[in-house]
Design a protein around this ligand. Structure first.
Ligand code: HEC
Length: 156
């Protein structure tokens, strides 16, 4: 990451850009009460990587989310379990939602260690959304739109 690089390198590469586009406002000379980007220390303050909530908050949130979302996944799964779809698709969507919740929450903690895992949080959240959307839409379609005789034909 750029701001983990030693000071001389940062100055050589970034200083010209800052001078051209930022220091007009972001320096003590401007008189504005905004971060001073004319010094290395000033830049370090605003360039600090955000690693998310504190561990204490994460612990609390993970309990709420694991139980809350887990129960919702169970409810959706209990309905979807009765849907008439291939066994592998049913198993994949149901297992995927639980795995995605677990990976999502695990990645919150990994993000504290290395911010690159924030992508895992987004990916797992997307997969959870897709798994739920699949289960809900298929269930609703079969409940509301699929006619009973058709269902008997397709299940045979
Ligand atoms: C025209 C004046 C102006 C220029 C040019 C300008 N800024 Fe800003 N910048 C501001 C103001 C005013 C704020 C405060 C906005 C606020 O607090 O809502 C701000 C806020 C910021 C913040 C947020 C600081 C914080 O407290 O989190 C950062 C970071 C920042 N600017 C970086 C830059 C960078 C990098 C450049 C050049 C690419 C730049 N700014 C160019 C006026 C400027």
């Amino acid at each position: 990451m750029l701001f983990r690089q030693p000071e001389p390198l940062l100055i050589a590469r970034v200083r010209p850009i800052l001078e051209k586009t930022c220091l007009k406002c972001h320096s003590p000379a401007s008189g504005l009460k905004i971060p001073d980007l004319s010094t290395y220390e000033g830049i370090r303050v605003v360039a600090k990587v955000d690693t998310g909530e504190s561990l204490h908050t994460l612990m609390k949130l993970s309990h709420i989310h694991l139980f809350g979302i887990g129960l919702v996944a169970l409810g959706i799964g209990l309905i979807f379990r009765l849907a008439v779809v291939g066994g592998w698709l049913k198993a994949t969507l149901m297992v995927l939602s639980f795995v995605a919740i677990f990976v999502d929450i695990l990645a919150w903690f990994l993000t504290k260690w290395d911010p690159v895992y924030s992508y895992t949080v987004v990916t797992a959240g997307t997969l959870l959304g897709l798994a739920w959307a699949g289960q809900i839409l298929i269930s609703l379609y079969q409940l509301w739109l699929l006619k009973a005789p058709e269902r008997e034909n397709s299940s045979n």
